[in-house]
Design a protein around this ligand. Structure first.
Ligand SMILES: [Zn+2]
Length: 156
């Protein structure tokens, strides 16, 4: 059941950066705010990584990029409703804290693409930043340097 906000039921749309469950979009889908509102440096680094991944036969699909604050709140409320507050907060940041809302984070699939990016992303400055989210990446190091230690989860 979607959460109810004062005066209206919010339903996230493409304008909020919404990408449906099970859908992967391209790093080149500039018509989608989920892609076009990402930090330009992160997007450029991801596109460079994608070109290298393609040489290894790996396709980097985007399952989530930039999100509006309302969409992030909706995700958090929805998760709290389904799994409870403690578990939800380990995976879904508040709109104020979320690196997706600021355009500084991207979620990647499928699993072989995640594994590739965890292995080679640092060459492009891209790092997994939460230990419990192998799909979530941010620009977090100088290209060619090691990634910083991961935070345990979105709550830590
Ligand atoms: Zn993420």
């Amino acid at each position: 059941m979607p959460p109810v906000f004062p005066g209206a039921v919010f339903t996230p749309s493409a304008d909020d950066g919404f990408i449906d469950d099970g859908v992967q979009v391209s790093l080149w889908d500039d018509d989608l705010p989920a892609i076009s509102r990402l930090d330009p440096e992160l997007l450029a680094a991801m596109r460079a990584a994608e070109a290298r991944a393609a040489d290894d036969g790996i396709r980097l699909g985007v399952t989530s990029g930039w999100r509006s604050a309302a969409y992030q709140q909706w995700l958090l409320d929805d998760r709290i409703a389904s799994v409870g507050e403690e578990t939800a907060r380990a995976y879904v940041a508040t709109p104020e804290q979320s690196r997706h809302v600021s355009g500084d984070a991207i979620d990647i699939g499928p699993v072989d693409a995640q594994y590739w990016l965890i292995s080679y992303g640092s060459e492009f400055g891209i790092c997994q930043t939460y230990g419990n989210e192998p799909w979530h990446f941010e620009l977090a190091t100088t290209p060619g340097s090691e990634c910083p230690p991961m935070r345990t989860d979105a709550n830590g």
